[in-house]
Design a protein around this ligand. Structure first.
Ligand code: FES
Ligand SMILES: [Fe+2]
Length: 363
């Protein structure tokens, strides 16, 4: 199927409903739900000091502004006075001021000033709008879809306690919900069927209490075809990779943990995907190459080579994986024994916390 003929609407979930009922999961691949997790809103460079903008995350409009100290704040976007979008306002110090009648709110959402009143009466002085956690990482601004964050924007599993730097690669629109793309990372059968690499992976899952979980997968590379033989020649006879999931919105993979290249230790290649579901059921995904922060010319050259290897790997994997998704309507009702890694993944995603931003409430 040529790329231009691929569907862009994610509507297959509404097709064949009478003859092939869709089994909706509590959270996994559920396009009516937003989970409590981190969502990318824009590049840090797009939000200059003293500037403000509003963004839509699923069904929630959020105003994000950078105060004169450089700190970034996120509040519900509609002004608690008459509902103007605070994104049309201006920044005053560490506060945001509504364009319409110039009510002024601080970074915690607390009303601080009304220009036409000398003093706020007690009912107004308590007025507060919701504020949300913000982090700047990987050159982007991330907002958490909940009052307080259970985890930080994650590092890839091979770089857990490292200082990292990242290159933003691009934003893609998936033809499906991002949970389907995430599931692909632990779909053990597809290595043989899609990538022609029949690696029998053993895996181990660690569930953390901060709404993150990690899959460690390790297997013998087969020498039954040319691809396998080449992989064994360069990488040795085993391949290990690790996948970290956070808040059902972030996925980071370290490819080649404890890897060797021609017998010498070789750093893992790390990629992070920041997902942003749309109301239509498709997801936008921002992709980042992540690496250890390295100093000096040698460090930069090393990172540049790792970037090159990562691009090559992504190109190979993506070009093969992407053929599976157009028109797919993920069916969770016929998982067989060989799919038990997927079943576990779905079960863990279904344990995620639901954000109030996804709720449709017209009252
Ligand atoms: S609508 Fe914001 S101050 Fe009136
Ligand atoms: Fe794949």
């Amino acid at each position: 199927m040529k790329a231009k003929h691929r569907p862009k609407d994610g509507l297959s979930r509404f097709e064949n409903l009478n003859t092939q009922p869709h089994h909706k999961q509590k959270i996994f691949n559920n396009h009516e739900i937003l989970t409590k997790g981190w969502y990318p809103v824009c590049a840090s460079s797009e939000l200059k000091t003293n500037s403000v903008s509003s963004f839509k995350i699923f069904r929630q409009r959020i105003v994000v502004y950078r105060g004169e100290s450089g700190e970034v704040y996120a509040l519900d976007a509609f002004c608690p006075h008459l509902g103007a979008d605070l994104g049309n306002g201006r920044v005053k110090g560490e506060n945001v001021q509504c364009y319409f009648h110039q009510w002024e709110f601080n970074g915690s959402g607390q009303l601080e000033k009304i220009p036409c009143l000398e003093k706020l009466d007690p009912s107004l002085s308590k007025l507060k709008t919701h504020h949300y956690p913000v982090q700047e990482k990987y050159g982007h601004i991330w907002v958490f879809a909940g009052e307080s964050a259970t985890h930080d924007v994650i590092n890839p599993p091979a770089l857990l306690n490292e200082k990292v730097s990242a290159w933003y690669l691009k934003e893609i629109t998936l033809f499906a919900h991002h949970h389907v793309m995430m599931a692909n990372g632990v779909d053990l059968q597809h290595f043989a069927t899609v990538h022609a690499l029949d690696i029998k992976f053993d895996y181990n899952v660690s569930e953390n209490d901060d709404d993150t979980f990690v899959w460690n997968l390790k297997g013998k590379i087969p020498d039954t075809n040319l691809k396998g033989k080449l992989a064994r020649f360069f990488l040795g006879d085993t391949f290990e990779y690790e996948v970290k999931f956070a808040g059902a919105s972030l996925i980071a993979i370290s490819y080649g943990k404890n890897a060797k290249f021609l017998g010498k230790p070789f750093p893992a290649l790390n990629v992070l995907w920041g997902c942003l579901p749309q109301e239509s059921g498709v997801s936008k995904v921002r992709i980042f190459f992540v690496t250890k922060k390295r100093k000096g010319l040698t460090g930069n050259v090393k990172n540049f080579f790792l970037y090159g290897f990562t691009m090559l790997l992504l190109m190979m994997l993506r070009d093969e994986d992407i053929e599976a998704f157009p028109n797919m309507r993920f069916n969770t009702n016929r998982l067989i024994e060989a799919d038990k890694s997927l079943a576990r993944f779905i079960q863990l995603i279904n344990k995620s916390q639901i954000s109030s931003w996804g709720r449709r409430d017209d009252s």
